[in-house]
Design a protein around this ligand. Structure first.
Ligand code: ATP
Ligand code: MG
Length: 565
């Protein structure tokens, strides 16, 4: 990975990124008859992550901006690693991000017949041959970038023999790995991808869509550009590592004289404190370091959805990071900033005491309950107000009380006054402890004249605490998440396994949180802000009698201040 930098967003024009510039130039020149047609081409071998989200926003976004089309294409050329579970998860994720491929859902496997015909055409024109070298021999004879490779002894087979052998490969007459079809390009090319790359291999495996029909499968490099061409893709946007493959894709398209999409490369998204690679994320799932692909700590789209990030915040993030031509690393805090900005406008406010401490207001009449008005969302006055019960016994946050406070602690302590938000000013008079010496209750008196909005005391207090009325409090389990990795670049040390850098404290479960009564009715998919604490959503593990909430993001950027939580 490159060094962390933020200035690589390359906007050559005030509002256009470099891909948009290319598209606008093409439109001006009437290229492709004025069509803009992009695609998002995942391989269904894992769940999508935030890097894919960026690619989805880019490809579908370009189609929307230029009134074009965007296809969803599953690049399912490898029968061994692919699965329909992944296909379904990918579709769900793209939809969740708000995009629609209409009737244009394709699979590379839909094109297997056509791709086979293309391969036959290459054989017929002398551009491809069947090679019997072992995989080891092939890779050894490819040579090094600085020295030419050696030509295969099978390179000079006749067209007729190649046609016969290739057909018999297809018919399953040969064992896996015993033969491949290779493009006949240039064993001395400085671009290793052009040194007679393999285009078809024998693999007698069941494919998740074509079943046992095929004994041979096209290589990704052969299928990818040709599928783009078959689908009429005008702008084939992909990540930088495919730049060196472009001459090969061009060679296939030119040799076959088919429609030629333009490939454009951009820098892949990297984010610190996590890994964006399906292969590595799969390890975390399979080896049970996380609870699944949708574990809220995972950088997968299903993970962040469960975590309570909104799709809009991901769009906002994608827009903010822009499109770069050089690799860079984006700070996780930027993503969290975007989530916070969006949820601030979206989230219903409520009170949640995560680690409760009982507080008794000794001069408040026993058995009396009053209802106090609280904002549903101050960012959206039209969302109105709600009524919060208040009475003699409430819960406050343990951390909001200190027995021996330092000078800069402005919350509750003996003989000090604070406001209970939306309620009254209280003063602490006494603490009760259990036999272990732990504080179990604080006793206060309130100022009846200090009711929020009608305060006649003229008193100034330095803080307003959140609280929940105890007799009506709803109990819940709260899952608090931290970074999945404890170092910025878990893949940075090539001598170590990235899993060594997993953060052992990435999940903390608080079993005994106390929430405002209305939160009992909280539904999956609703966004909440627990005042002073952060944004929360219901977790799917939640049951009527066992409410579970996830922390989406804290209110403040805990990391900007050196992890000063
Ligand atoms: P991974 O390395 O995680 O397996 P991949 O590139 O192999 O990713 P694909 O399913 O082949 O995954 O990717 C589908 C599309 O998403 C491709 O066009 C790819 O360029 C894009 N993509 C994948 N990872 C990123 C990323 N980190 N940033 C931006 N785009 C990405
Ligand atoms: Mg891939």
């Amino acid at each position: 990975m490159a060094k962390s930098e933020t200035s690589t967003v390359e906007k050559t024009h005030e509002s256009l990124n470099f891909i948009e510039e290319i598209i606008e130039k093409d439109l001006k020149n009437g290229k492709n008859g004025g069509r803009v047609h992009t695609r998002f081409p995942p391989e269904p071998n894992g769940y999508l992550h935030l890097g894919h989200a960026k690619s989805i926003c880019l490809n579908f976004g370009l189609a929307q901006k230029y009134k074009g089309l965007c296809n969803l294409r599953f690049d399912d050329t490898n029968p061994v690693t692919e699965d329909t579970e992944y296909v379904e998860a990918i579709e769900k994720d793209v939809k969740w991000l708000g995009f629609d491929w209409g009737t244009r859902k394709y699979f590379a496997s839909d094109f297997f017949d056509q791709l086979y015909q293309y391969a036959v055409a290459l054989v017929q024109s002398g551009h491809a041959y069947v090679c019997d070298l072992t995989p080891d021999q092939i890779s050894e004879m490819r040579g090094k970038p600085t020295e030419a490779g050696k030509e295969s002894p099978f390179r000079t087979r006749s067209v007729a023999e190649n046609l016969d052998l290739f057909e018999r490969m297809k018919n399953g007459e040969f064992a896996d790995g015993s033969k491949v079809l290779r493009a006949k390009i240039d064993m001395a090319s400085p671009n290793m991808h052009l040194r007679d790359p393999i285009i078809y291999r024998i693999r007698k495996a069941k494919h998740h869509r074509t079943g046992d029909k095929w004994n041979i499968y096209p290589m990704y490099d052969f299928a990818h550009g040709l599928c783009d061409s078959l689908e009429g893709i005008t702008h084939s946007v992909c990540t930088l590592e495919f730049e060196v493959h472009r001459p090969l894709y061009d060679w296939f398209l030119d040799s076959l004289q088919t429609f030629h999409p333009q490939q454009i490369e951009f820098a892949r998204l990297n984010i610190n404190y996590t890994v964006l690679s399906k292969r590595k994320l799969l390890q975390l799932v399979e080896e049970k370091y996380v609870k699944g692909w949708d574990d809220p700590r995972m950088p997968t789209i299903s993970g962040i959805r469960r975590r309570g990030y909104s799709p809009e915040s991901i769009h906002y993030f994608a827009e903010k990071i822009g499109i770069a031509k050089r690799d860079n690393i984006i700070d996780m805090s930027l993503l969290e900033f975007c989530v916070r900005e969006d949820l601030n406008k979206r989230a219903q406010r409520g009170m949640g005491v995560l680690e409760p401490l009982k507080l008794v207001i000794t001069n408040y009449p026993e058995g009396q309950v009053e209802y106090l008005e609280a904002d549903n969302n101050p960012e959206k006055p039209e969302s109105g107000k709600r009524q919060m019960p208040f009475g003699r016994e409430i819960f406050i946050e343990q951390e909001d009380f200190m027995e021996n406070p330092p000078a800069d602690f402005y919350r509750l302590a003996v003989d000090r006054e604070v406001r209970l938000k939306y309620a009254y000013i209280i003063k602490c008079n006494e603490v009760l402890k259990n036999e272990k010496g732990e504080i179990v209750e604080v006793r206060c008196t309130y100022e009846p004249e200090s009711k929020s909005g009608q305060d006649k005391t003229g008193k100034k207090v330095k803080s307003a605490l959140h609280w929940v009325y105890a007799p009506q409090a709803v109990s819940a389990e709260i899952r608090i998440y931290d970074r999945l990795f404890s170092v910025e670049d878990p893949e940075g040390d090539k001598n170590k396994d990235f899993k060594e850098f997993l953060n052992p404290n990435s999940l903390k479960v608080l079993q005994n949180a106390k929430l405002e009564p209305f939160l009992k009715e909280a539904k999956l998919g609703q966004y909440f802000q627990f005042e002073r604490k952060g944004y929360f959503v219901v977790d799917p593990d939640s049951r009527n009698e066992n409410l579970v909430f996830n922390l989406s993001v804290t209110l403040k950027d805990a990391y900007a201040k050196g992890k000063g939580k």
